[in-house]
Design a protein around this ligand. Structure first.
Ligand code: PMP
Length: 366
């Protein structure tokens, strides 16, 4: 056995607050149809693959040197993309990038959360928000959504006013339920917040709702918009997340980020992917119409479907969701049990993958 295998986790002088916790653990199984982590099912087009290979080839000869610590060229490209996408003129000073938006969220909590501070989220939502809070020793303060998983903005604003959290997370569109929230509701939440409000827009490209980027100039000390290239951009393996906020927020994150956190290879790969944004994002339209097709087909099978403007659907009801999850797996389809009573979540895949999922659903949905 491995050297040191005799010592167990419980034997280590671990922080007390981490004892008994479970790590993030979406199963990574080798299954024909993988619809469980909200990736874009379409691989990068050949032109982009060739460009990434060329970019990596160029960088390879300079790997003895550290990367640009501030990723200025990449952030400039991100500013251009996000300005185009949202209609809000952003500059490089508004953008920050990291290894996935999970690292962005961690840096935000390192700077604005931490011991003695609190972070609030509206559950059910993205499971990593409380886990990153825990890792940074930020006390997690959950507040509820409505029974239909929509966000009651008045109740949310009241919860914020009452608990006065240092950080508020609003996921829009919300993972794992799928609904996004209008800017008018966001304004009410931000107005009630004494600290920063992080709008997690990981799935924004799939939604026709206006981005919270529009609110940065209105609430410069409050609003942080987190984004990722892992979903619509089909770049999950490249690990590139980013945020848009007032330049001072970026200054705050410089205090906690590790120097050279974004490798030269990541920066070059992401820039190549951004040059191909139009081509890659063309899949968003197809995936959105597939989502609507899958939702209608599930409803036709008698399932209840939570409305979604993301690339996944929460559906049910299952008396035994663990058994239903296993039945899908037995049929070669990996979906996600997100821990919500009676429900499972399915990511929208290629038309053929969605057909396989629907064929399995015919047998599994009661
Ligand atoms: N936010 C939300 C709402 C997500 O669903 C995810 C990925 N599941 C992330 C952030 C993090 O993704 P990444 O680190 O790949 O950017």
């Amino acid at each position: 056995s491995a050297p040191g295998a005799g010592v167990r986790l419980d034997d280590l002088p671990l922080r007390e607050d981490l004892r008994g916790r479970s790590p993030y653990g979406a199963p990574q199984l080798d299954v024909p149809v993988r619809l469980n982590t909200n990736e874009n099912p379409f691989p990068p087009p050949p032109g982009l693959v060739a460009e990434i290979v060329a970019a990596v080839g160029e960088i390879a000869g300079t790997l003895n040197r550290y990367p640009d610590r501030d990723a200025v060229a990449l952030r400039t490209d991100l500013a251009e993309y996000l300005s185009d996408a949202t209609g809000v003129r952003l500059s490089v000073a508004n953008l920050w990038a990291a290894n996935g938006s999970n690292e962005i969220l961690q840096q935000i909590l390192q700077a604005f959360g931490g011991p003695g501070r609190t972070a609030m989220g509206f559950e059910p939502s993205y499971s990593m928000h409380p886990i990153i809070a825990s890792g940074t020793r930020t006390e997690w303060v959950p507040a509820p959504r409505r029974a239909d998983f929509s966000l009651d903005a008045a109740a949310a604003a009241e919860a914020i006013a009452e608990r006065a959290p240092d950080v508020v997370f609003v996921t829009s569109p919300n993972n794992p339920t799928g609904q996004s929230i209008p800017l008018s509701d966001l304004r009410a939440l931000i107005a009630a917040a004494p600290g920063v409000v992080v709008v997690d827009e990981a799935y924004a490209e799939f939604s026709s709702r206006e981005s919270a980027v529009r609110l940065i100039d209105e609430f410069p000390a409050r609003v942080i918009v987190s984004r990722t290239m892992s979903k619509a951009f089909a770049f999950a393996g490249g690990r590139l997340g980013y945020l848009a906020a007032a330049p001072a927020v970026v200054d705050a994150l410089l205090l906690v980020r590790l120097p050279y956190h974004l490798s030269s290879l990541t920066q070059a790969g992401a820039r190549a992917a951004l040059r191909h944004a139009k081509e890659t994002l063309a899949s968003v339209r197809l995936l959105s119409s597939e989502r609507d097709r899958v939702a209608a087909a599930l409803s036709g099978l008698g399932a209840s479907v939570v409305p979604s403007d993301a690339n996944f659907i929460l559906f049910g009801p299952f008396a035994d969701r663990a058994a239903a999850w296993q039945s899908y797996l037995d049929a070669g389809v990996l979906v996600r049990d997100v821990g919500i009573d009676g429900h499972l979540r399915v990511t929208i895949g290629t038309p053929a993958e969605n057909d396989a999922f629907l064929a399995a659903s015919k047998e599994i949905i009661p």
